[in-house]
Design a protein around this ligand. Structure first.
Ligand code: MN
Ligand code: MN
Ligand code: MN
Length: 276
């Protein structure tokens, strides 16, 4: 089973439209797909009918929710819930408000820094969605204020830089429990991205599993075999199954492509047993 259960489109911070992403995934041979844009089902809503007409591919609903564990931001994928579940839709609405509020505050900071028009430009670039930091970064590049996206983050948008604004996300426990109550599977995304010690990661997984978490992302591009086996051991210890995803955003980032997802190691239950 070739599964990609983590990827992004223009509905959040990806560069391919939902239709173009679907085409790319078909080319890559993906048989089970979840489009997991940040805090939105916009792409799923756009392509669910088109995907339904493609026999070689199954599309399941997916969202990547931002939440908080202590002072940290962590990402939980919601997979395979009923797409019109009112609690999931309400959480998406609340996250939308939080993101819009943050974008306004970032825009206000740019105004104070003598860089007007950032909020409007980011809104236009978000194309009906909510602007995130990459949209502001792109504005800085395109208006010639910085040379590239990296510099935009380093100088303005990264944590503790002059235009950074924090968001008060809902807790990991609340988001995970809501997904489980909506008959979805909560997956802890990219466990290596939080820069946690092994002890802290076990603590996080304990809280996640206790709240109803169902799976750990284990098969993703670039993960070493050793690290994968470490994740498999942890997943089994906490009764979690294993998930696979590219976290694809942009074809230019060739290292985050569905064709680079390694196989899930033997000995761990694949999360997709739920849907195939
Ligand atoms: Mn992203
Ligand atoms: Mn993420
Ligand atoms: Mn992602």
């Amino acid at each position: 089973m070739q599964a990609d259960l983590h990827c992004h489109t223009t509905a959040s911070d990806g560069v391919l439209s939902p239709a173009a992403l679907l085409e790319m995934q078909l080319q890559a041979g993906t048989a089970l797909l979840a489009i997991t844009d940040h805090d939105t089902l916009g792409a799923y809503d756009q392509v669910r009918d088109a995907a339904g007409a493609v026999p070689e591919l199954t599309l399941i609903p997916g969202v990547e929710f931002s939440c908080r564990w202590g002072k940290r931001e962590v990402h939980v994928l919601a997979l395979g819930f009923e797409a019109d579940n009112p609690q999931i839709r309400a959480l998406i609405g609340a996250q939308h408000e939080r993101r819009l509020d943050r974008a306004r505050r970032v825009g206000a900071k740019f105004d104070l820094l003598g860089i007007p028009g950032a909020f409007d430009a980011a809104m236009a670039a978000a194309d009906g969605g909510v602007p995130g930091r990459p949209h502001f970064a792109r504005f800085l590049v395109e208006s010639g204020r910085v040379a590239d996206m990296d510099t935009a983050f380093r100088r303005y948008l990264a944590d503790r830089k002059p235009a950074a604004c924090a968001t008060e996300w809902p807790t990991l426990e609340a988001v995970t429990a809501l997904i489980a109550a909506a008959d979805g599977v909560a997956v802890l995304a990219h466990p290596g991205a939080y820069e946690l010690s092994r002890t802290k990661l076990r603590e996080l997984l304990g809280v996640f599993a206790e709240a109803g978490g169902g799976a750990l992302e284990i098969a993703m591009p670039g993960v070493s075999a050793d690290l994968q086996h470490h994740y498999v051991r942890l997943a089994k210890e906490f009764g979690l199954s294993g998930s696979a995803g590219s976290d694809f955003h942009d074809p230019a980032q060739f290292w985050r492509h569905p064709s680079r997802i390694p196989a899930l190691p033997d000995g761990i239950n694949p999360v997709w047993e739920n849907w195939v």
